[in-house]
Design a binder for this molecule. Structure first.
Ligand code: SAM
Length: 313
């Protein structure tokens, strides 16, 4: 998977609210390029050498940068970011040039750049996501820790769609359940399902980078006895029956395989869908009901929706 750098040319007073918007939109961290840093007096007691390149800095205003995964959500994410930034005008923030540009970053650059900004995050009652290079001590004895090195695949674990999926799994998966994770990305949901007691989890993704990343993370979390990772297009040629299907994929894709999800589920089984932008909520609900599902729960985080539906017993 490729990564995209979003650059926002703005003012110093807008740094904080814009950084907040970027975090909320799934960016693991932000970089601030403020020309004031070029003239700042620095403490060099410990012999630090500051080498800032003036060419990286704007002549006027401030550049706020963040990294976003290039996936099917990128268009909506960027539009959402622009809208939220423009919304700051209502609160009288001076946005300066307010110019938003997007560019792709090469893999090596990204592979190291984002690590500085990615830290342990508690994302549900039981789950905490911890990047592999951080040391983290459990706060509660029943806390479940997912160690993650997302590499180039989607799934730092902190995107609202992932958070809602993990919360949905937490409420649904029972000891010894069987699970299929469609669009596994970094493998985060499959690892979560196994930690919740699922005895067998099939993690599927079309993207081979995701498959490699998921395999690595599955081993890292020592759930390889329960989780198998494979390259596959949605649920094509996958047989059930299983207790739970989870899919954090764009609404347009979910509606394409609701019938297949229904077919692979046991009666009484659950289909957890996430990745649905709020404008598409009704479309997905209708498709689920048409396939025979009963909608049990609809949750929302920012502009994203997750739905838990069951196949009647
Ligand atoms: C939004 S990411 C979700 C990743 C992870 N499950 C999470 O919750 O963080 C969606 C994933 O679906 C995968 N995907 C997209 N289309 C697919 C398809 N037709 N079949 C299987 N996987 C697909 C993408 O490669 C990507 O890894």
């Amino acid at each position: 998977m490729k990564w995209s750098e979003i650059c926002i040319h703005t003012t110093q007073e807008a740094i904080e609210p814009i950084s907040h918007i970027l975090h909320e939109s799934g960016a693991s961290g932000v970089v601030i390029e403020d020309p004031a840093d070029l003239i700042k007096e620095r403490d060099t007691t410990f012999g630090e050498i500051y080498q800032l390149n003036a060419d990286d800095y704007p002549e006027e205003g401030v550049i706020v940068k963040a990294y976003l995964p290039v996936n099917s959500f990128l268009g909506e994410t960027v539009e959402g970011i622009k809208e939220a930034i423009n919304g700051l005008l209502v609160y009288d923030f001076d946005l300066g040039a307010n110019k938003v540009t997007i560019s792709e970053v090469n893999e090596e650059e990204w592979a190291t750049a984002w690590k500085k900004y990615y830290h342990p995050v508690k994302i549900s009652e039981r789950f905490t996501i911890v990047p592999t290079w951080e040391n983290y001590e459990k706060v509660n004895t029943d806390e479940l820790i997912i160690e993650l090195d997302p590499g180039m695949a989607f799934g730092t674990g902190t995107h609202p769609t992932t958070v809602m999926s993990l919360q949905g799994l937490e409420r649904t998966v029972k000891e010894n359940d069987t699970v299929i994770d469609v669009g596994t990305g970094s493998g985060v949901l499959s690892i979560g399902a196994a930690m919740l007691g699922a005895k067998s989890v099939r993690a599927l993704d079309l993207d081979e980078v995701a498959v490699r990343s998921a395999r690595l993370n599955v081993k890292l979390n020592k759930v390889q006895d329960a989780v198998t990772v494979a390259q596959n297009n949605l649920l094509n040629n996958i047989e059930g029956p299983v207790d739970v299907v989870v899919a954090n994929i764009l609404a347009e894709i979910i509606v394409r395989f609701v019938d297949d999800a229904y077919a692979v589920l046991k009666p009484g089984g659950s289909f957890i869908t996430s990745g649905i932008i709020s404008a598409k909520k009704e479309e997905v609900k209708e498709a689920l009901v048409k396939a025979g599902f009963v909608i049990e729960e609809v949750t929302m985080m920012e502009d994203w929706v997750a739905i838990i539906a069951t196949k009647q017993a």
